[in-house]
Design a protein around this ligand. Structure first.
Ligand code: SF4
Length: 318
């Protein structure tokens, strides 16, 4: 990757003391790991709409299909921050059309991207299916944008998945600066085939069919469907079974330049990984050792070998 990723982030995750209680929610992963790959654009939407620090906590209140954002204690008649938080989200996305992703603070009525508590007008909890109004505006402004909440990023599989999506989306943004042809689209997708296969076989098949373009659709129409399918497929979490399946597919290519004894060793490494004895980095290291002898660009260029910066060591934990 030539330059750092550009990632929006809830300001409290950067250690900024902007929460209702004048505290922060510093994220160790964002600060120590993601920061090596990304430049952050922090924003606290509640401060952006003019609320003070400290301030009364706010909550999502659901009344039929309408969501309001009101102070948790003693809601005042007519106070509703929903539109202001939505506007801040829209404006933020207009100012930063070149974002590669977003890390939201979880559980917040402004920033939580999913599973936020909502309340009834009588003060009782309604459900935990709300979305923070700022986060919702960001997602609506760019449905392709990879995002995660900071809580989910503590899960190492989700963390690895997020880094993959950030990287793929960044490359797509760069490609989109050029005028597209079917050839460029196919060339773009080629290195991501096995990565997508690891996440979702059905998306892998659908993209293959789409790019064959038997209906001769205009390239712009194909491109829109393609990136929706690719980003949607990559959201599915790859597991040991699906990674093992990809490695077995890739092993087929190694017949051409790896002898039977070494192939057997690769098979054992896949099996050890599949059974949970070793992390993904173990079979991959062995594969990459042999890959050096291959002159097959298609095989060598698969991003699956290193979808994000190896120094992050993310595949040592999945
Ligand atoms: S969760 Fe969002 S609104 Fe709340 S303090 Fe953090 S950045 Fe501000």
């Amino acid at each position: 990757m030539t330059s750092k990723l550009k990632v929006g982030i809830s300001a409290c995750l950067m250690g900024q003391k902007v929460r209702f209680n004048a505290g922060h929610k510093r994220s160790d992963f964002c600060e120590r790991v993601l920061a090596t790959q990304a430049d952050f654009i922090p924003i606290c939407p509640e401060v952006a709409i003019g609320l003070p620090v400290p301030r009364p906590a706010i909550r999502l209140v659901r009344s039929e299909d309408i969501i309001k954002v009101v102070p948790s204690q003693e809601p005042s008649e007519g106070v509703d921050y929903a539109q202001a938080l939505t506007d801040v989200g829209r404006n933020f996305m207009q100012r930063h059309p070149d974002l590669d992703g977003f890390v939201f603070m979880n559980d917040s009525p402004s920033c939580g991207p999913a599973n936020v508590k909502t309340y009834r007008t009588n003060g009782y909890q309604a459900d935990k299916k709300g979305v923070g109004l700022f986060a919702l505006a960001v997602q609506k402004a760019n449905p392709l944008l990879p995002f995660e909440d900071a809580g989910r990023l503590n899960d190492l599989v989700i963390r690895e998945n997020f880094m993959v999506r950030l990287s793929v989306y960044r490359q797509w943004r760069l490609l989109n600066n050029e005028s597209l042809t079917m050839g460029k689209l196919i060339k773009f997708y080629s290195p991501y085939k096995y990565q997508l296969m690891a996440h979702s076989q059905s998306h892998y098949r659908a993209v293959g069919k789409l790019l064959a373009n038997h209906e001769r659709l205009p390239v712009d129409n194909v491109a829109v469907k393609f990136i929706e399918l690719l980003m949607d497929g990559l959201k599915k979490l790859a597991d040991r079974k699906s990674h093992s399946n990809v490695l077995l597919h890739l092993l087929g290519y190694f017949k051409r330049f790896v002898d039977a004894e070494d192939r057997q060793e690769l098979l054992c490494a896949i099996d050890q990984y599949r059974l949970g004895v070793t992390p993904l980095v173990a079979p991959l290291t062995l594969f990459k050792h042999h890959l050096k002898r291959s002159s097959d660009d298609y095989l060598r260029n698969q991003t699956y070998w290193a979808p994000h910066a190896p120094e992050l060591g993310l595949r040592s934990f999945i």
